[in-house]
Design a protein around this ligand. Sequence first.
Ligand code: THU
Length: 158
Amino acid sequence: MEKIFQFNYTLLDSWKSLSDEHIALVEKAYESMERAYAPYSKFKVGAAAKLSNGTVVLGNNQENIAYPSGLCAERVALFYAGANFPNEEVDVIVIVARGELMPDKQLLSPCGSCRQVMLETENRQSKPMKVILVNQDERTMIINSVQHLLPFGFGTFD
Ligand code: THU
């Protein structure tokens, strides 16, 4: 039997059209991005995750001279959330980035390892986690569940 997997997402011309709550998160993600340690790629990434108790957890990419030892911004933020607020759900994560590694028009989207970690975060909680991706040209995608970024991911429950 042939089946189709489909999902809806929202594409905005600019993150400035987001809700006030989400704009505030984008601004925090950009602040965090500026603190990234990315001397090797010079590609700075920032993440801001809002928890169900209202706490905003920030992360940025942390590189290392032994390249694979570094960690992406999304995982820094989500592991910090898991380490310090293990009982809170993550309502939304905003990801921003800047650097010449990617052309401005290139769609910025999380790497596979970050998707796997985001999926586990979602699976640990009772509701989906929204993912907001902000491109360098300001275009913004709102994705309503990590399931949509990693269909059939390892550990997907149903
Ligand atoms: N990076 C992230 O922080 N998140 C991603 O989803 C993909 C890539 C970082 C890793 C590395 O420090 C730099 O961006 C270039 O790959």
